[in-house]
Design a protein around this ligand. Structure first.
Ligand code: AMP
Length: 191
């Protein structure tokens, strides 16, 4: 029998390979309302605006969240968009806004997808500012590997900011109870 390698640094990235394990303790009431999400009908939609043709992969982690296949910490949703906590937050209150319909990134987004996402980005920017007494908000959005994108479903990062406080380094998983408490603050700020 082969030795078990206990070096956790070599284990698969949890959000890419076993995201459900991280969300064992999430209340199902905050999972996305899968019934309200449009089915991923255009799973092979291609980008046609930049010359390079790139397929939408409907197995990406945010598509799975939208279909209710894995949980997430929901903050807000409407007919077209969904907002949830980033599990590796670079600031307290770091959250993500995504369209409910398939879209790889800005390069293949329709005007309607961009417009509805930006409306929710603005709504959630006000909410996180209020929830954390922030003095500003940083928005981030990445396109393709060279542009820093890791998850290939269009998403906008919303990061509440305080003067003189740097963003934390990427890639560090947050404690679930901390994320849930912060999510409750943001949801309250939306009311
Ligand atoms: P990027 O594509 O570079 O914008 O990075 C993807 C972002 O998604 C990172 O900030 C991750 O922390 C975040 N992320 C990855 N998996 C999940 C997940 N299951 N739930 C919430 N956020 C996630």
């Amino acid at each position: 029998m082969a030795d078990v390698d206990l070096n956790q640094d070599k284990w698969p990235h949890p959000t890419r390979h076993d995201p459900a394990a991280f969300f064992r303790d999430v209340s199902p009431s905050w999972a996305v309302d899968a019934a309200a999400c449009a089915p991923q009908k255009r799973s092979h939609k291609r980008c046609n605006r930049g010359g390079r043709m790139t397929a939408y992969d409907d197995q990406n982690i945010f598509a799975k969240i939208l279909r209710g296949e894995i949980p997430s910490i929901k903050l807000y949703e409407d007919d077209d968009t969904y907002c949830f906590m980033d599990i590796m937050p670079r600031a307290d209150g770091h959250c993500l806004v995504i369209p409910k319909t398939p879209c790889r990134n800005v390069l293949d987004a329709s005007h309607d997808q961009l417009a509805s996402a930006m409306k929710t980005v603005q709504l959630m920017s006000h909410a996180v500012m209020k929830a954390f007494g922030a003095e500003g908000v940083t928005l981030q959005q990445f396109n393709e590997d060279a542009g820093g994108q890791e998850v290939y479903h269009l998403h906008f990062h919303i990061l509440p900011r305080h003067a003189g406080v740097s963003l934390r380094p990427p890639g560090k998983m947050a404690e679930m109870d901390v994320l849930n408490a912060q999510a409750a603050q943001i949801r309250a700020a939306l009311e």
